[in-house]
Design a binder for this molecule. Sequence first.
Ligand code: HEM
Ligand SMILES: *[C@@H]1O[C@H](CO)[C@@H](O)[C@H](O)[C@H]1NC(C)=O
Length: 322
Amino acid sequence: MGSSKIMSFSFLACTLFLMSGTSLAQLTPDFYDLTCPKVIEVVGSVVKAAVLREKRMGASLLRLHFHDCFVNGCDGSILLDDTPSFRGEKTANPNVNSARGFEVIDDIKSHVERLCPGVVSCADILAIAALESVLALGGPYWRVNLGRRDSISASFDAANGNAIPPPTSSLDNLVRTFQAVGLTADDMVALAGAHTIGQARCTSFRPHVYNDTNVDPLFASLRRTNCPIPNGLGDNNLAPLDARTSNHFDNSYYNNLLINQGLLHSDMQLHSGGFTDRLVEEYGRDPIKFNVDFSAAMIKMGDISPLMGNDGEIRRNCRVPN
Ligand code: HEM
Ligand SMILES: *[C@@H]1O[C@H](CO)[C@@H](O)[C@H](O)[C@H]1NC(C)=O
């Protein structure tokens, strides 16, 4: 049949086209299969040990990957310390007094360097550590994409700009910041489920528990006891993002939102009469759908503007360019 011949020809042409240009290179789960086949296992064992010492570390490592990817792509830039030639991202607003887990990444990197020197990027270590953290706290598995390379610089200004949404964000702003990196509103709702683990500082949730109206009154008064006014007092006091099961990766974050017990203003924006209400309700009902969508969205987030091929470098020390 003529039409099937045409179809198989165009399939072949398409395949050849995809195999030719390097500009079409993509991250792939088997990137280190020949050069460092044990990398996922080794990262996993260091992450598991760290989470055993302190459950919150799983949350902190997951967040590092998010903050890395949203600022100039998943290029390990968040890990760089300040140098004489640039100010890094660690002291930018979304990270200062808040981003943590850098020592665990150093520990992972030294194990991985012993195993396969000069092969595995810090950006990939962040992506694997995020997966292994979620697994260690009972969350879903995904086939983590690999092959990212590390930036040779970092950007304080980019990290301090509006790439990473603040907790005061409106729903519109949340949607916009995710769309700016190629993620949809649905991806955003699924990824926000990461707030099923970890902690936030009083300074992040104070305005919400004092001033917002879509807050359960008992929940708000409980959170206020550990978060005094005025600003400045107790700014770094911590509260769980998901008070029900803060060390367990599950869908209870969404069920908190349904009863006005989201900790951040931005959390409650996802269920405050807007178009994302329906998906929040669905994830609250259906933990399996949440796991499936979260995993897919993590892969999408991990694919944001990676450095590949001959771009960037494989850092020897995640804190400094080679
Ligand atoms: C939807 C927009 C988001 C906003 C506005 C937001 C905001 C925040 C804020 C303000 C904190 C607390 C920081 C502090 O007070 O120290 C936090 C913590 C956290 N965020 Fe998000 N976040 C968002 C999305 C995400 C995503 C996409 C992920 C990962 C996939 C994530 C993972 C986490 C984790 C795990 C913590 C706890 C970290 C720890 O305990 O060390 N967040 N987030
Ligand atoms: C609550 O809102 C008022 C009026 O906008 C503001 O002055 C005050 O600082 C806010 N309180 C907190 C804790 O954010």
